[in-house]
Design a protein around this ligand. Structure first.
Ligand SMILES: NC(=O)c1ccc[n+]([C@@H]2O[C@H](COP(=O)([O-])OP(=O)(O)OC[C@H]3O[C@@H](n4cnc5c(N)ncnc54)[C@H](OP(=O)(O)O)[C@@H]3O)[C@@H](O)[C@H]2O)c1
Length: 229
């Protein structure tokens, strides 16, 4: 039976590359993004894979669109859910941090992934997998340079969320991986980043493949190694 994957933030960067590599593996892909009608690269991919790729409008912070995704999926189960959409927020040094921006980033990076899983978990069979795209910048052990209060804290909180979700969903046979993609050349990572999207996602496809009840709830690097919290 054809396996199904749902990807958020699918129009560019790592989300788009996830779509490409899952299509290469024969998956049916639900590619979710805020504005599918103007997502040029994704629409090109859809032209080449019209049977296997469906675009769905989804701002992950929009409750009605999360519900709409569930109804769009009716009849299909979700084998893999990739919570990829994320933002860095404005760069603010100590002394400049303000609450409105922090709340906005927290809503996208931390709160929305939980609400989306709550909405969709009923469509996930035993053996399904949830990927939370976090960052090594959310590792407290790895923080040797300070700063980035907003981004770091929202990803550290996402890590905590992922651990609880792994424990809470283990009875259903659903596994959760908390994944760092490396420092990747995307709009977020910038041109000086160390690796390209193909290399990052190729590595993460291996992590997804290896994920199961025995290693659920861990913080993985894109090469499969485990990152300290
Ligand atoms: N690149 C890196 O070096 C790096 C390192 C560590 C972790 N990560 C994480 O990896 C994930 C993907 O990063 P990336 O480098 O591909 O970033 P990116 O190039 O900036 O792309 C971000 C994606 O998230 C989407 N997005 C943002 N807010 C959204 C919302 N409210 N609803 C739905 N979609 C939304 C964007 O959609 P729009 O086009 O509509 O804005 C875009 O598709 C993020 O979670 C990021 O934190 C990246």
């Amino acid at each position: 039976m054809t396996k199904t994957v749902v990807v958020t933030g699918a129009n560019r960067g790592l989300g788009l590359e996830y779509c490409k590599q899952f299509l290469e593996k024969g998956y049916k892909v639900y590619a979710c993004c805020r504005a599918p009608e103007s997502a040029e690269d994704l629409l090109k991919l859809k032209q080449q894979n019209s049977e296997k790729l469906e675009t769905v409008p989804l701002d992950v912070t929009n409750p009605a669109q999360r519900v709409n995704l569930k109804y769009t999926l009716q009849g299909d189960q979700i084998d893999i859910l990739i919570n990829n959409a994320g933002i860095y927020g404005h760069r603010m040094n100590f002394g400049e941090v303000e609450s409105e921006e922090w709340h906005k980033v927290m809503e996208v990076n931390t709160v929305a992934p939980v609400l989306l899983v709550q909405e969709l978990v009923g469509l996930m069979p035993k053996g399904a997998k949830i990927i939370l795209m976090t960052s090594k910048m959310g590792s407290i052990a790895d923080n040797t340079s300070g700063g980035s209060y907003i981004y770091r804290s929202t990803k550290a909180a996402l890590n905590a969320v992922g651990k609880s979700m792994a424990l809470d969903l283990s009875d259903k046979g659903i596994s959760v991986a908390i994944c760092h993609p490396g420092w990747v050349q995307t709009d977020m990572g910038g041109p000086n980043a160390l690796i390209d999207t193909r290399t990052s996602i190729k590595g993460l496809m291996g992590v997804v493949e290896q994920l199961g009840p025995e290693n659920t709830g861990q913080f993985f690097n894109y090469d499969g190694s485990v990152i300290p919290w």
